[in-house]
Design a protein around this ligand. Structure first.
Ligand SMILES: [Mn+2]
Length: 345
């Protein structure tokens, strides 16, 4: 059964797909500003003249409309007597919603539309692994070329340009290189400021390669490592290893979060681990499943998950170590190989 048929089985009615990622997942079309109508025995791709050639090439199973798309959609819907369509409620502006109003009854179905993407097939896993290994190569390139006194932006640009030169379409999110007290802000983007020596530098980045994302974090030191910071680093490392060693199919995402959180709490930094353990990675850098502390979602073979505990001490420093894994029957396949020993550049 193909992806569209599986989706129709889940929803029991037609589906309107509006996000770029899901348009690609269900049709193979890599363009933007387009939508799909998937119904029993029907596949339609509604785009515009910029994408005509590409749409026909990439989505051969779909009837392609490249103009007057709302009227064409109305005709398809009335010819096929489609009364109800599930839609992506998290990917629908009020303006777009207005264009579809009155065509069919619209039912939120984003959960079901996204859920199929949770379990990756072998070809998706290889693409994600390739993206992650490109990110690791970029990080090695940064390690070789890092210089005392460089700025966060210079560090980010070494990583990003390496990924781009070696096939990535773009970073999968804004590269984080956060040094000094800025390391205590989990998502501080790289700025045009000099990297502070002695205090951890959180480097969190990824790329989009062959449509699939990567995501990894390593924390390094410039010049020397402050003793207190080293202690914090080793707690985070232990927490990361603890979650890695328990994660496997059949466990809940919450249990995997707990393995890392217990270690950080016992060390007295419970409040300073201010985010969840991790998330799935695929066509989007953040996608289901989410490993939150109370999550009872059961992990299954073929899911991706980041294992990224952190400790953030406001006004002092931050440390995060993030690996990306594939959930397997008896454990995980870790897509990251780079050392977690303390690195002083
Ligand atoms: Mn992440």
């Amino acid at each position: 059964m193909d992806r569209c048929e599986r989706l129709l089985n889940e929803t029991g009615h037609a589906v309107l797909i509006t996000s770029d990622e899901n348009c690609y997942y269900y049709s193979g079309f890599t363009g933007g500003d387009s939508f799909l109508l998937i119904a029993d025995g029907y596949r339609g791709l509604f785009t515009d003249g910029r994408y005509t050639v590409q749409a026909k090439e990439e989505a051969p199973d779909f009837e392609v409309f490249d103009h007057d798309v709302i009227n064409n959609l109305k005709k398809v819907v009335s010819d096929r007597k489609i009364e109800v369509a599930g839609f992506e409620e998290a990917n629908m502006t009020v303006a777009t919603m207005a264009r579809f109003t009155g065509i069919f009854r619209m039912i939120p179905a984003g959960g079901k539309i996204n859920a199929l993407r949770k379990i990756k097939d072998a070809s998706e896993i290889e693409k994600i692994a390739a993206a992650e290994s490109l990110s690791e190569a970029a990080f090695n390139y940064f390690l070789e070329n890092a210089k005392e006194g460089m700025t966060e932006n210079e560090a980010a640009s070494l990583i990003e340009s390496y990924m781009r030169k070696n096939g990535a379409r773009k970073p999968s999110f804004e590269t984080i290189v956060a040094s000094g007290v800025r390391g205590a802000m989990p998502h501080a983007r790289a700025e045009n400021i000099k990297i502070v020596p002695g205090i951890p530098v959180v480097c969190d980045f990824g790329c989009v390669l062959d449509n699939y994302c990567s995501d990894m974090t390593r924390t390094v030191f410039f010049s020397y490592a402050d003793d207190k910071c080293k202690e914090i680093y080793n707690i985070v490392k232990k927490a990361n290893l603890a979650s890695l060693s328990v994660a496997k199919a059949g466990l809940t995402a919450g249990e995997v979060d707990k393995a890392a959180r217990d270690i950080i709490e016992k060390a007295g930094y419970g409040k300073e681990f201010c985010h969840s353990l991790g998330h799935g990675v695929g066509l989007q850098v953040h996608e289901m499943p989410y490993a939150r502390s109370k999550s009872d979602e059961i992990l299954e073979c073929g899911m991706t998950l980041t294992i990224e505990p952190g400790i953030y001490v406001p006004g002092f420093c931050g440390v995060r170590i993030e690996d990306l894994v594939i959930i397997e029957e008896k454990g995980v396949r870790n897509l990251n190989k780079i050392t977690k020993d303390i690195l002083i550049l």
